[in-house]
Design a binder for this molecule. Structure first.
Ligand code: AHR
Length: 378
């Protein structure tokens, strides 16, 4: 029963994705043969959805458990722990789901193997948080051929469209917002030169690519001096090591450090503290971070991190919702963006205006962190 349901879902998924890409909607300029093919696809989709609904009803009546394989990135950060907890509590036994969880320990080969194992096991759905954004098309084709719908969360897959839905963050906007905030902050403080060091995340992850791209737009436009950018792999240890090496090479030459997640910021702060470098609101070095986990916001409240751009890890409920909709034969959104506020330590700037990754000028509030904000964090 579950297998048959998966195959039907994939038929519906393929057709709805084609429709979303504009390939299956007949237009005035389409040749008759194409129009016919599109009509056939639409009929097939409608039939598939109807069959899926029936199959889902049968499955529910049978009280069957839905098996989901989740190939998680690893356990490198506070953010990741929150993400794992969110998915595990949403895709739970109480919600009718048997979750097979694999921690891929930031190893792309292990992640591909985990997905292949899920395909072999014949799970009903696969959830992937992709460590890197490329190298996915072959294994996703295998999942598609096996009739197993794939849901992508958090980071994006950029070389394949063989998944039903993605829910995550607009990483480029996070980087753009950080740049826009720094521009406004240095103007307000009368700081004329920006000499920045960047501690980036896992190279090739969409979180790293987007945050670097977004911030670099400001580096270029404002003619800031980006002294160096090296990866700390989204870990505290990595952030500390990179900062220790930066301090050997550039001590006294930088006034901004951009850490692409909170754990890297914790490591960088420890290294600056040990070297006697002052940082944060009352210091010589402005600290920018991403994630805004509880410990990160505690450091914003303490004035050790100047600004923290949230990356929201609570994708479990959306994931469950997508599965429920697919089970009910409903169509799902191809993309869902998480809501993400921007947090600051000082109250002088109330908002930032910037052109976002969709080319739209937006004005977004800056939230000054107090104890209530920390208490409400993930
Ligand atoms: O993909 C999200 C990023 O990965 C988060 O910023 C980071 O903390 C995590 O490791």
């Amino acid at each position: 029963m579950r297998k048959a349901l998966s195959i039907l879902l994939t038929a519906a998924m393929a057709t709805s994705m084609l429709a979303a890409c504009g390939s299956s909607t007949p237009t005035a300029t389409q040749a008759p043969a194409e129009t016919k093919a599109a009509e056939t696809q639409a009929t097939t989709a409608a039939e598939a959805v109807a069959e899926v609904t029936e199959a889902a009803k049968d499955a529910a009546a049978d009280g069957e458990t839905i098996t989901v394989g989740f190939a998680q990135v690893g356990h490198e950060s506070d953010w990741r722990t929150a993400s794992t907890n969110s998915v595990q509590s949403a895709l739970s036994k109480e919600n009718g789901i048997d979750l097979q969880f694999v921690d891929c320990d930031n190893d792309s080969a292990a992640q591909l193997e985990a997905v292949r194992n899920f395909i072999q096991q014949g799970v009903d759905y696969i959830v992937i948080d992709p460590i890197v954004s490329t190298g996915w098309d072959t294994v996703l084709t295998e999942a598609d051929d096996a009739g197993i719908p794939v849901i992508v969360i958090d980071r994006t897959i950029d070389d394949s469209d063989k998944y039903v839905s993605w829910v995550g963050s607009e990483f480029t906007n996070e980087g753009l917002a950080a740049g826009a905030w720094l521009k406004a902050y240095v103007a307000d403080k009368g700081i004329s030169e920006v000499n920045a060091l960047v501690i980036s995340g896992t190279t090739g992850s969409s979180a790293q690519i987007g945050r670097s791209d977004g911030f670099d737009k400001y580096v270029e436009a404002e003619k800031w001096n980006k002294i160096d950018e090296q990866t700390g792999d989204f870990t505290q240890e990595g952030g500390q090591k990179v900062m220790e090496s930066y301090l050997k090479s550039y001590n006294g030459q930088f006034n901004v450090v951009v850490c692409q997640n909170d754990n890297e910021a914790f490591g960088a702060i420890d290294a600056m503290k040990a070297a006697g470098v002052s940082y944060g609101v009352d210091g010589d070095v402005i600290v920018i971070s991403f994630d805004a986990c509880t410990a990160g916001l505690q450091k914003v409240l303490a004035g050790e991190i100047n600004a923290d751009f949230q990356c929201n890890p609570l994708q479990g409920p959306d994931c469950l919702n997508i599965i429920k909709k697919l089970e009910a034969g409903e169509t799902v959104d191809q993309k869902t963006f998480m809501a993400e506020p921007w947090y600051v330590a000082e109250d002088k700037l109330t908002d930032i205006t910037y052109t976002n990754n969709s080319g739209k000028e937006v004005t977004e509030p800056l939230v000054v962190v107090d104890q209530a904000v920390v208490d409400a964090a993930y």
